[in-house]
Design a protein around this ligand. Structure first.
Ligand SMILES: CC(C)[C@H](C(=O)O)[C@@H](O)C(=O)O
Ligand code: SF4
Length: 420
């Protein structure tokens, strides 16, 4: 067997022979994800085929974007989704539990080496668990529902070797923003973006997930991470073994088109300014540039326990600027419950934050924090194009949860190290 990239290894195992970049392979799907936004049209197209669902146990359906519904149309989509799940006997569901990529990761359905497809672009998040995860359209998903199979062109790969440790006030989000600043939104187009090295393995799972989650912002087909004991512990919190497939490391002898070496110790807090996720500068350069009306801590990128702990570390002992609405939208019910246990909900409430139900919330501007004309928001989420967060007249700045917290205190973009 030749040395393989993480993506080649998964697709080779699935195809039954060693695959090469550029080759088209037809593979079995292990998990198919859909949600209330693209689920109803997907089910409609699939049902027109007149065949049974290939495997109801391998489908995961969520209601996460329209939660709680802001309009009757949204509520009708939610109902249509529930009815489709009932019609087809689908067992994997997370209704009103938080963004699908977090709830799918928590569900235990995803394992290293799997092929995961979803009608959502951030399905690449499953790469944090060692799975070949990618977003597909609803028509293609109708085909997957019917056959349980899909074809891919095997992607070329880039390896990102992380060494060192992140300085205080710097987080995984800053690593992704740093990469976006270097290569741009199409920097890894249709590639497998593979992260490894001791720097990666030193990051907690909550932080690692950010790297896989934002691979799509860099144009990548998949964002695959090395897996280790921490991955296994995430998959099996009770300590049950995750199986021999759990440990997957980058093979330096594999055919990587490009290799990046990043010493985490060299990085600083970064911010992506409107209206592109690669419009990146060090936070210091954007500091004080605009007045903020909103600060958002949430989404499948920046709504996990580590994010809230980091944000509260900055916020503790300070007050939120009176002009700023601080919105906290946990990325799952499990996270929300743990926040209650740790007293974080109370601390956010005392700071005047609006703590919302787990959902996508303000991230895609579908409910839970739409912006007004000319308003500026600093957000721990992943996209800032014109109209993202619900208003083409608003401006979205993307940063780490700690930078969001620091900026909420001052009412303008602020380096979190000011308060650490
Ligand atoms: C609504 C959904 C199809 C969309 C996506 O695919 O990413 C959303 O989750 C987003 O983040 O923009
Ligand atoms: S939280 Fe945002 S990025 Fe994630 S699935 Fe929801 S809308 Fe998309």
């Amino acid at each position: 067997m030749p040395a393989q990239t993480l993506a080649e290894r998964i697709l080779s195992e699935k195809a039954g022979h060693p695959v090469r970049p550029g080759e088209v392979v037809d593979v079995e799907v292990d998990v198919a994800l859909t949600h209330e936004v693209l689920g109803p049209p997907t089910f409609k197209m699939f049902e027109e085929l007149g065949v049974p669902l290939w495997d109801p146990a391998k489908v995961f359906v969520t209601i996460d974007h329209f939660v709680p519904a802001a309009t009757a149309d949204q509520a009708n989509n939610n109902r249509a989704t529930i009815e489709a799940v009932e019609r087809h006997g689908i067992t994997g569901t997370a209704f009103y539990d938080g963004p699908s990529h977090q709830t799918l990761a928590e569900s235990g359905m995803v394992r290293p080496g799997m092929v995961v497809v979803g009608t959502d672009s951030h399905t690449c998040t499953a790469g944090a668990l060692g799975a070949f995860g990618t977003g597909i359209g609803s028509t293609e998903m109708a085909g997957v529902f019917a056959t349980g199979r899909i074809w891919f062109r095997v992607p070329a790969a880039t390896a990102v070797a992380l060494t060192g440790t992140l300085p205080r006030g710097v987080y995984a989000k800053d690593v992704v923003l740093h990469l976006l600043g270097r290569v741009g939104v199409a920097g890894f187009r249709y590639e497998s973006l593979e992260f490894g090295g001791p720097g990666l393995r030193g990051l907690p799972m909550d932080e690692r997930i950010v790297l896989a989650n934002m691979a799509v912002e860099l144009g990548a087909k998949v964002g695959l991470l090395e897996t280790d004991a921490a991955t296994a512990a995430f998959l099996d919190p009770a300590g049950a073994p995750a199986g021999p497939a759990a440990e997957r490391r980058i093979d330096p002898a594999a055919d990587y088109g490009r290799r990046f070496d990043i010493d985490l110790g060299d990085l600083g807090p970064m911010v992506a300014r409107p209206h592109s996720v690669d419009n990146v500068v060090p936070v210091a350069e954007a500091a004080g540039s605009v007045r903020l009306q909103q600060a958002f801590l949430g989404s499948c990128t920046g709504g996990r326990l580590t994010d809230y702990r980091n944000a509260l570390e900055v916020l503790d002992g300070h007050t939120v600027h009176p002009d700023v609405r601080l919105i906290v939208t946990p990325a799952s019910k499990r996270i929300y419950r743990q926040m209650l246990v740790e007293g974080m909900v109370a601390r956010f409430a005392e700071l005047g934050a609006m703590v919302m139900a787990p959902s996508c919330g303000a991230c895609a501007g579908l409910q839970g924090g739409v912006l007004g004309d000319g308003e500026n928001v600093v957000s721990s989420s992943n996209r800032n194009f014109v109209g993202r967060m619900g208003n083409p007249g608003a401006n979205v700045f993307l940063a780490s949860p700690a930078t969001v917290a620091a900026s909420a205190i001052t009412g303008t973009i602020t380096d979190p190290r000011t308060f650490l």
